[in-house]
Design a protein around this ligand. Structure first.
Ligand SMILES: Cc1cc2nc3c(=O)[nH]c(=O)nc-3n(C[C@H](O)[C@H](O)[C@H](O)COP(=O)(O)O)c2cc1C
Length: 432
């Protein structure tokens, strides 16, 4: 039997799926619907000090693929635009009605000790399980010295985290912005400030498109646009990397991570857990597909765990961290070749043209007497780059097969061509 029950920074949750701070967690009715659909918790839409902010019309830009699928969305929304007292009363109500679900209060204030501490105490008194410090918002709030304006300065991340820790006796998550050069600087700063967990990532600074009639970035507000925060499936690779960086860094590897960024499916969730995340937060996928996506996420994750023999999330948490290494630690003698399964090939030629025009001219194109197109890999030219397998529209039609070349494992520090090589012996040790 698999069990999704988990503990995230000291908070028990019936499953690891929380809704991230955003419109889906903006008010009682949304959160009630989310809990009825099966979400384990929510991070309430970021609360600030009154008077509430003013939001614009419109607010979202979208990056479509060519079939109108949505790769990512960009928003220029600010924090909650509802009075604090109403939000806090709704939090109290939802806590009473759903005692087994987690509610985290997200917060943001000007960079003054009293502002952060007074707001933290007010939110704590509403009965939340923990607080999340929003140092991530890359638009609007940062221009007022909040959000990513704090998150981009490690000293401020540390200071504000410490202020909140001093004010309340609750688990505190520091939510990090990806709009920095090195995520470890802010992660380590948050740790020094005493946070119980890191939440990442917030949105990525972006312009999704330009309206060529209005000649302005989208979304446009009365003919003008601005940069906004990008999120959804497209940012998952950025988030995975940042989570992995924290999970494999000596100073931060013990930290609890609440992973956010492009989680749409059980597989996304499992990948973040494999890279060390304890909890998962979802925003865009819920906005695009509704709250019931959590049903597929939970069922898929449980099926995966049952198949692999994992009873609890902890059984595979962080299992991919040791295999996430610096480039220099990859085996330069490892070799693989593409193999085209002829029975599955539809003869479209995408593999051929990708390889012929942009790679290694390793896929031969023949036409037989009936005019049928046949593509075959020239092993001598194939460097195992994978491009053909990625562009092939038929899943599993092109397989990358490992070649046993009898060569020992050889990393760059060990390589004879490395000018910095001292006397590192070539090793057959396969351990990383
Ligand atoms: C419309 C919108 C509003 C958001 N508002 C907030 C917010 O108030 N506070 C916050 O910490 N993050 C906010 N976020 C960021 C999300 O919580 C989350 O970090 C980000 O969207 C990445 O997750 P996703 O790819 O699942 O959407 C917002 C995101 C969107 C799309």
């Amino acid at each position: 039997m698999t069990n999704l029950h988990c503990n995230i920074a000291g908070i028990d949750s019936i499953n690891p799926f929380w809704l991230a701070s955003a419109p889906p967690t903006d008010k009682y009715i949304n959160v009630k619907r989310a809990f009825d659909a099966g979400w384990g918790g929510v991070v309430w839409k970021t609360l600030g000090i009154d008077p509430p902010v003013i939001n614009t019309s419109s607010r979202y830009g979208v990056h479509h693929d060519r079939s109108r699928g949505i790769l990512g969305i960009n928003n220029i929304e600010l924090i909650s635009d509802r009075p604090l007292a109403i939000n806090l009363a709704e939090i109290e109500q939802i806590r009473r009605e759903y005692p087994d679900r987690v509610v985290i209060g997200s917060m943001m204030a000007p960079i003054e000790k009293s502002a952060w501490q007074e707001l933290a105490v007010k939110i704590a008194n509403s009965g939340v399980h923990g607080l999340e410090l929003n140092f991530g918002c890359p638009h609007g709030m940062c221009e007022r010295g909040m959000g990513s304006a704090i998150g981009q300065v490690p000293e401020m991340v540390e200071q504000v985290t410490r202020w909140v820790r001093q004010a309340v006796d609750l688990p505190v998550f520091t939510k990090l912005t990806p709009n920095i050069t090195n995520i470890l600087w802010s992660a380590e700063a948050a740790q020094r400030g005493g946070c119980h967990g890191l939440a990442l990532i917030n949105t990525v600074n972006s312009i999704t498109s330009v309206d060529l009639d209005l000649m302005a970035p989208t979304p446009t507000v009365d003919g003008k646009g601005t940069h906004g925060g990008y999120c959804g499936s497209a940012v998952k690779p950025i988030a995975l990397n940042m989570v992995a960086e924290i999970a494999r860094n000596a100073e931060t590897k013990q930290m609890t991570i609440s992973a956010i960024g492009g989680i749409e499916t059980w597989r996304d969730a499992a990948e973040f857990i494999a890279l060390g995340a304890s909890g998962l937060q979802v925003c865009t996928a819920a906005m695009l597909y509704g709250f019931r996506i959590v049903e597929d996420m939970k069922a898929g994750l449980q099926n995966f765990m049952a198949e692999k023999g994992y009873a609890h999330l902890d059984d595979f948490r962080g299992k991919a961290v040791a295999n996430t290494v610096d480039w220099n630690d990859l085996n330069l003698n490892f070799d693989s070749k593409a193999f085209i399964k002829q029975a599955q090939c539809i003869g479209c030629g995408r593999c051929h043209i990708a390889c012929e025009d942009t790679s290694h001219q390793a896929i031969r194109f023949d036409t037989n007497s009936q005019g049928l197109r046949r593509f075959t890999v020239l092993d001598d030219h194939c460097v195992g780059c994978n491009l053909c397998a990625h562009v092939c529209p038929v899943p599993d039609c092109i397989e990358m097969r490992t070649v046993d070349n009898g060569q020992p494992r050889l990393t760059w520090p060990q390589h004879p061509k490395n000018p910095l090589r001292t006397d590192v012996p070539v090793s057959k040790n396969t351990e990383v």
